[in-house]
Design a protein. Structure first.
Length: 724
C-alpha cells in the first residue's frame, strides 16, 4: 500500500531521499589516511547532483558531478569522513562509516548484549591497490583508489562486494546505487546507502516477521514497526535489520533508525541498504545459516527458556468478560479432559473494554485474587492483556501526563491523541512496572504486551532522541520492561509480545499478530514465523484458526497441527474459539491434537533448551537443517519443529493430502509409521490429526504420559521412542 506522507505512523521509506532532484549526493571515491593495523581512516566522498536528462523522449535523473554551492566557500567540495573496519570473531566483520565529521563510533546500544569484542586473529596484507584481512573462514579486501569492499569465503569465492559509481555497467540511470550518502535539502539531514552485489541465483532471508514470500530477493522492505491489521502485507509488527544469504553470509544493520532494504527489487543485481541516519554500522557474518545465526545472537542476545507451563495450551478469545465466564471455561476444559495450562483474559477485564487501567472490574470480577488462586489449584495460569497507550478518558492518562511519564513533542505537548508511555524514561518504567507488579502480587503469571508499534515519529523522548531512533527501539524497551518485572515477581522469563526490534528475542514469547481467517493467512503466518526465526527468535506463536472473525471449522481444524507444533500454542480471536462450540468431530480432533503436544512435551522442552542455548528457532526452515540441499532453500510451507520433526500443514480447504519435499535420509510418518525416502517429493495423506508430521529416521523422540496440565506431568513416565 502506498501511504501519504501525512498519515500518522506511516512507514518511513529511506530510499525516497535518494531519488530527489533537490538533494545533494556524495558517492564513495577512495580511501584516505587509512591505517591497516588499526583499521581506521577516512573515505573521500565525491559530490554529485541528480539532474533531469531527456533522451529519446524520456526523462531520467542520473548523477552528475557537481560543484559546491555553499557560502561562505569554506565547505569541502569532496569531504573525507571517518571509516573503520574491525573484527568481532573469526566469522564476523564490522564496517563503520560516517556521513559527518567527528562521528562517535563506540555508541551505547541496547540492541547489543555487550560491547562487541575485538578478534585479533585476522591476518593483514597490503599493497598499492588494496588491504586484505583474512581468517580461516574468509577474507575481506578493501580497494583504495576506487573504494570497494569485497567479501570472500575460505575457498576464495567472491560472496559479495560493494558498488562504486565507477563500477556502473548499466544504461539505467538510477541503479545500481553506489555506496553513497544524501544531504537532504529540506533539513540538511544525511542518510547513508550501501549497495552489495547479488549473484544471479542468490536468495535472501530474514528482515523480521515478514509475511511476504520467504525469499526476499526481488522485494523492497521498509523496516519500520507498524500495525498492519493483517498478515498479508509487507508491513511488519517485528521488522529486524538482519538478513542472511544463500551464498553463505549474513548482514546486521546496527541501527534503530528507519531502514529500507531493496533486494534486487529496483535492480536485480543489487541489494541496497538505505539507512535513515548519518552513521552506518554493519556486521557481516560468514558461514552456513546455523553459524551465521549463532554469531548474530552472540551479539544481540539469545532467549532464555520460558517456564514449562508456557509450552502448554493457552485458551483465549476476544474476550472473557467476567469471573463467571472464566471459571466456566476452566471447568469445561477439565470436564472435557482437554489439556490446558493458561487462560488468557484479553481486552475485557476492566470496567470498560479496551480502557486499560490495570484494575479488574469490581462488578464482573468481584474476587480476582480468589479466582486466580482457585484456577491455579486446577492447573491454570492467568495471562492478562494490556497496552502502553492511555486514551484521554482513562484514569491513568492524567497521572502519566502530570508526572512526565509520556512521550512529548518539541513544544512539550502530546504528539498524539493518546498518552504514550516513554520507556526511555527510567521513572516511567518504574511506574509502569509498579502497575504490573500489583497484578503479579494477586497471582497473575503473564502479561500480553500488545501494540508498541505506534511510538510517535515526531516525539521527543527522555533519552534525548527523537522518534527517528526511538520509534523502532520502542518495542525493545517495552519488551524489556515487561520481561524484567515478570521475572522479578514470578521467577519466569515470559511475556506475550506483538512488536519487536533487534534484541527483542531476549524477551520471549512473541506472537504473529492479527491473522485473517483464510488459507492464505495461515500460509503467510507460517512464512512470518520462519522469517522471524531466521533472525534469532527461538520462541514464537500465532492465533490458531485466525484472529479477525470467527474461525471456520474446517480451517480451524487444519490450523491445529501447525498451531500445536509451534513452540507456544494459543487459540485466540473472535469467538467462538473453544472446541465445544463446534461439531463433535471437531472437538475430538482438537482434543487429540492438544494431547499430542502434551505427550511430546519432553521432546519440546529439550529442543527449547537446545534452541535457546544456540540462538536457533524452534520452528525452522528446511534449509536451516540442510543448507547444502538446493531444493530446501525453496520450501516455505513446511518446517522443522526442533531438529528431528518435519511438519507440513494442510493449506487448502478440504484437501487432506499434500506434496511434501523431504531432504536426504529416511523419513517416518509420525501418525501412520509409513516410511518415505528423502531427496524427493511425495504426496502424503494426513493422519487423524490433519497435518503431515514426519520424523527423521534414527531420531529418539521422548514422550510423557498424558496429563491435563504440565504441573501434573509425571516425569518418571518419560519414554524415548526410537524411529527407524
Amino acid at each position: 500500500m502506498e501511504y501519504q506522507v501525512d498519515l500518522l505512523n506511516a512507514p518511513q521509506d529511506v530510499s525516497r531521499a535518494f531519488m530527489r532532484g533537490e538533494n545533494t549526493y556524495f558517492c564513495s571515491n577512495r580511501l584516505t589516511g587509512f591505517d591497516a593495523e588499526t583499521g581506521r581512516g577516512s573515505i573521500e566522498w565525491k559530490r554529485y547532483a541528480r539532474k533531469v536528462r531527456m533522451a529519446f523522449n524520456q526523462g531520467s535523473m542520473p548523477f552528475e558531478e557537481s560543484g559546491a554551492w555553499e557560502f561562505p566557500p569554506q565547505y569541502a567540495q569532496n569531504p573525507s569522513l571517518p571509516f573503520a573496519v574491525s573484527f568481532v570473531s573469526e566469522r564476523v566483520v564490522r564496517i563503520q562509516m560516517a556521513a559527518k565529521p567527528n562521528a562517535q563510533f563506540d555508541r551505547d546500544s541496547i540492541m547489543l548484549v555487550k560491547e562487541p569484542p575485538i578478534d585479533a586473529s585476522w591476518k593483514t596484507t597490503e599493497d598499492e591497490k588494496s588491504i586484505a584481512y583474512k581468517s580461516k573462514h574468509g577474507s575481506v579486501a578493501i580497494h583504495k583508489d576506487v573504494f570497494n569492499i569485497e567479501v570472500r569465503d575460505a575457498a576464495g569465492t567472491l560472496l559479495t562486494k560493494t558498488q562504486n559509481i565507477l563500477d556502473k555497467r548499466s544504461l539505467q540511470s538510477g541503479y545500481p546505487l553506489p555506496v553513497s550518502f544524501v544531504r537532504q535539502a529540506g533539513d540538511f539531514s544525511r542518510k547513508i546507502a550501501m549497495t552489495f552485489l547479488l549473484a544471479h541465483d542468490e536468495k535472501i532471508y530474514g528482515c523480521g516477521e515478514s509475511f511476504t514470500r520467504l525469499n526476499k530477493r526481488g522485494q523492497k522492505l521498509v523496516l519500520w514497526t507498524q500495525d498492519p491489521h493483517s498478515v498479508q502485507t509487507q508491513d511488519m509488527y517485528k521488522p529486524i535489520p538482519f538478513y542472511m544469504s544463500s551464498r553463505g553470509y549474513g548482514v546486521f544493520m546496527h541501527t534503530s533508525a528507519p531502514v529500507t532494504c531493496d533486494f534486487g527489487h529496483s535492480y536485480d543485481q543489487a541489494a541496497t541498504l538505505y539507512i535513515g541516519e548519518d552513521f552506518l554500522d554493519i556486521f557481516i557474518f560468514l558461514g552456513d545459516p546455523k553459524e551465521i545465526l549463532s554469531e548474530y545472537t552472540a551479539l544481540t542476545g539469545r532467549s532464555p527458556v520460558p517456564p514449562l507451563w508456557t509450552f502448554g495450551l493457552w485458551m483465549s478469545r476476544i474476550t472473557y468478560s467476567s469471573e463467571t465466564e472464566v471459571r466456566s471455561v476452566a471447568k469445561k476444559m477439565r470436564a472435557e479432559q482437554i489439556p490446558c495450562d493458561v487462560l488468557h483474559l484479553d481486552t475485557g477485564w476492566f470496567d470498560e473494554e479496551w480502557r486499560c487501567d490495570y484494575q479488574f472490574s469490581a462488578a464482573r470480577f468481584p474476587r480476582p485474587q480468589k479466582m486466580i488462586a482457585d484456577l491455579k489449584k486446577a492447573g491454570f495460569h492467568i495471562s492478562l492483556w494490556q497496552l502502553p497507550y492511555f486514551t484521554p478518558t482513562n484514569a491513568m492518562y492524567a497521572e502519566a501526563v502530570a508526572n512526565g511519564y509520556v512521550v512529548l513533542d518539541g513544544e512539550g505537548n502530546l504528539p498524539t491523541e493518546d498518552a504514550v508511555i516513554d520507556f526511555s524514561n527510567p521513572a516511567a518504567v518504574a511506574w509502569y512496572q509498579g502497575l504490573l507488579a500489583a497484578l503479579f502480587d494477586i497471582g497473575v503469571d503473564a502479561i500480553k504486551a500488545d501494540f508498541g508499534e505506534g511510538a510517535p515519529y515526531y516525539g521527543r523522548y527522555a533519552s534525548g532522541k527523537s522518534g527517528l531512533h526511538e520509534h523502532n527501539l520502542y518495542p525493545l524497551r517495552y519488551n524489556r520492561a515487561v520481561a524484567e518485572i515478570t521475572k522479578e515477581k514470578t521467577g519466569g522469563a515470559v511475556l506475550w509480545g506483538r512488536s519487536a526490534w533487534a534484541g527483542s528475542q531476549r524477551y520471549p514469547v512473541h506472537w504473529g499478530g492479527d491473522a485473517e481467517n483464510t488459507d492464505s493467512a495461515m500460509a503467510a503466518t507460517l512464512r512470518a514465523g520462519l522469517s522471524l526465526g531466521l533472525c534469532g527468535f527461538s520462541f514464537w506463536s500465532h492465533d490458531i484458526g485466525g484472529f479477525v472473525k470467527s474461525s471456520p471449522e474446517e480451517l480451524y481444524q487444519r490450523w491445529l497441527g501447525f498451531g500445536m507444533l509451534t513452540s507456544h500454542s494459543r487459540c485466540h480471536g473472535a469467538p467462538p474459539k473453544e472446541p465445544w462450540h463446534y461439531s463433535d468431530a471437531f472437538a475430538k480432533v482438537f482434543k487429540k491434537t492438544v494431547e499430542m503436544k502434551y505427550q511430546l512435551m519432553p521432546y519440546i522442552y529439550e529442543q527449547a533448551k537446545l534452541s535457546a542455548a544456540n540462538g536457533f528457532p524452534m520452528i525452522r526452515t528446511i534449509f536451516f537443517e540442510y543448507p547444502a540441499d538446493q531444493t530446501a532453500w525453496l520450501i516455505e510451507d513446511a518446517y522443522f519443529f526442533g531438529s528431528n520433526m518435519l511438519v507440513a500443514p494442510l493449506m487448502e480447504e478440504n484437501k487432506y493430502e499434500r506434496d511434501v519435499y523431504l531432504p536426504a535420509g529416511d523419513w517416518i510418518d509420525y501418525q501412520t509409521g509409513i516410511h518415505y525416502e528423502g531427496e524427493q517429493w511425495h504426496a502424503i495423506q494426513s493422519g487423524e490429526i490433519p497435518c503431515v508430521i514426519l520424523v527423521k529416521s534414527g531420531s529418539e523422540i521422548a514422550h510423557i504420559a498424558l496429563a491435563q496440565s504440565t504441573s501434573e506431568m509425571d516425569w518418571s513416565t518419560v519414554e524415548k521412542k526410537l524411529y527407524v
